[in-house]
Ligand binder design. Structure first.
Ligand code: PEP
Ligand code: MN
Length: 333
């Protein structure tokens, strides 16, 4: 349930109302906008007398929120959330161009890719250090050393970094990471989500291979309900009967998520398609659809990549993508 307060409600009046609601065993989330303040009531609202609440002097209106996600719900927080990652903002008109290799492979590789994607216009560097691979015999990532090298690349270029966590026991290694990624395979690792909710790090939450948008929002809710409101949603394709692409990019997810939620939505055309030639057109389509960012795998030598070479763009190809994405944004904003 949400209660929208009248303009001019004083902090003391609001506190009085919040205390009263808390007395009914409800958690109250206060979202203060420039014009309106919205109170989100979390818990068993079935016993709240809506008519009584509506009749209070400082209350403009009261609505039941039927969706099971509250904090991620746009009704709860009408304005777009803007996430701050280092000096970069994402959402509410700020666009994230996230690029880098699937996996960090060496110092030379990550620094060279970081420098080239930055020159092309990327504002965040991605690189996997802990890699969730289908085969236990495949390259599993450089782990802690990979994060150290990403931090070197951050120092060399000033780009904030995004990298995936697989196990909460490694959280200490992420102290200087700007955005922690939760991969598709961990979207419903609820213990991991809850622990990340206790941090104050921005979380890039990727949609699971076979998860609905409501399930994605419920996973965001797991993080937010623990106190961390900095969640970026990521559409990365879903499993369908189609076999010509690695996954099927669900671009309508951008509009649906924007409608349902105030959280920024980023699209990953690399994992969605699995093929480098399909990455540029899908990046353009995602930009035109209003995504708040794009995440693209870029490798200095895709043929020799230890992971996901077939879907990796060369720095030159990425340069072209950045140029066109900027033009599309100019056209649609
Ligand atoms: C990745 O971003 O490197 C990755 C493993 O993606 P996903 O979790 O979407 O498969
Ligand atoms: Mn990859």
């Amino acid at each position: 349930m949400i209660a929208i307060l009248k303009q001019g409600t004083t902090p003391a009046q609001m506190q009085h109302l919040v205390d009263w609601l808390k007395h009914m065993n409800l958690d109250v989330h206060v979202s203060k906008g420039a014009e309106v303040t919205v109170l989100g009531l979390i818990g068993d609202t079935s016993r709240v007398d809506m008519e009584l609440l509506k009749s209070l002097e400082m209350v403009e209106s009261v609505k039941r929120v039927s969706e099971p996600f509250k904090q991620a719900n746009r009704k709860f927080h009408p304005k777009d959330t803007i996430i701050q990652a280092g000096h970069v903002r994402i959402g509410g008109g700020y666009f994230a161009m996230i690029a880098g290799p699937c996996s960090v492979e060496s110092e030379e590789q990550i620094i060279a890719v970081a420098q080239s994607v930055k020159e092309s216009g990327a504002n965040l560097l991605r690189g996997g250090a802990f890699k969730p691979r289908t085969s236990p015999y495949a390259f599993q990532g450089m782990k802690g050393e990979g994060i150290r090298l990403l931090l070197e690349a951050k120092k060399a270029t000033g780009l904030p970094i995004v990298t995936e966590i697989m196990n909460i026991n490694t959280l200490d290694l992420f102290a200087d990471v700007d955005i922690i990624q939760v991969g598709a395979r961990n979207m419903q690792n609820f213990d991991l989500l809850k622990e990340l909710g206790k941090t104050q790090k921005p979380i890039l939450l990727k949609r699971g291979l076979a998860n609905t948008l409501q399930e994605l929002l419920m996973s965001a809710e797991y993080i937010m309900s623990e106190g961390n409101e900095q969640v970026i949603l990521c559409e990365r394709g879903i499993r369908t009967f189609e076999t010509t692409t690695r996954n099927t990019l669900d671009l309508s997810a951008v509009s649906v998520l924007h409608k349902l939620s105030h959280l920024p939505v980023v699209v990953d055309p690399s994992h969605a398609t699995g093929k480098a030639e399909l990455v540029p057109p899908m990046a353009y389509a995602a930009t035109a659809a209003g995504a708040d960012g794009i995440m693209i795998e870029v490798h200095n030598n895709p043929a020799c990549a230890l992971c996901d070479g077939a879907q990796s763009l060369t720095p030159h190809q990425f340069h072209e993508v950045c140029h066109k994405v900027r033009k599309i944004r100019e056209a649609i904003v």
